[in-house]
Design a protein around this ligand. Structure first.
Ligand code: 5GP
Length: 190
């Protein structure tokens, strides 16, 4: 997606050797008009699929999934919860996700009320790096007996192993921008 590449070049910054910061439009402030373009592009990439629900993970995935949903006929958006919450239902699907950016493992949950056997689920998220978040969401879909239609990612870090791990699991993966490298503060696209 050319406009996304331009947005990353104009507004993104590199932190350390392998983190891209895009706080101005995706991870802190939200550029709603641009998120609509992202939503339309996801619809285009998955236009031949029947999607019953979109599944994402808090926090940054929520805005992306909610706006994208409008291009998929306003299907419900379910977001997996990371935070411990007393309010969450007792009956949950739960999996563990290791975060390399935070260097810790955390538990991710979805109430059994909101994922059902046989539903066609599209997973959307902001970044794909080592694939742990996406594989965790796939695990929740599998536990529910639902069908994972595909995984849509806004920015894939192509130099990390996420893509290969998802392809090994037979997942249809669509990334709107794929970074080849972010060495020395310079972003290169695949
Ligand atoms: P993974 O689970 O694929 O290793 O990492 C994906 C998650 O880590 C994303 O949901 C995102 O929150 C975070 N993440 C990984 N790499 C980056 C990065 O370079 N920039 C930002 N902003 N988030 C990242």
């Amino acid at each position: 997606m050319k406009s996304l590449q331009e947005k990353i070049l104009n507004e993104g910054s590199v932190s350390g050797s392998d983190i891209l910061k895009v706080d101005s439009f995706l991870n802190h402030q939200l550029d709603v008009a641009f998120l609509n373009e992202i939503g339309k592009e996801f619809k285009e990439r998955f236009k031949d699929e029947k999607i019953d629900k979109i599944l994402t993970i808090e926090a940054s995935g929520i805005a992306i999934a909610s706006i994208a949903s409008q291009y998929f006929g306003n299907v419900p958006v379910v977001f997996a919860k990371k935070a411990e919450s007393k309010n969450l239902d007792k009956e949950v699907f739960e999996t563990k996700v290791y975060s390399f950016t935070k260097a810790k493992e955390y538990s991710v949950k979805v109430s059994k009320k909101y994922l059902h056997k046989g539903e066609n689920i599209l997973v959307l998220d902001d970044f794909l790096a080592n694939g742990r978040a996406a594989l965790g969401l796939k695990d929740l879909v599998d536990q529910a007996g639902a069908n994972l239609v595909g995984v849509g990612i806004v920015i894939e870090k192509g130099f990390q192993e996420g893509r290969q791990l998802l392809l090994n699991e037979g997942v249809k993966l669509e990334s709107l921008a794929i970074l080849e490298s972010i060495e020395n503060g310079t972003v290169k696209f695949r």
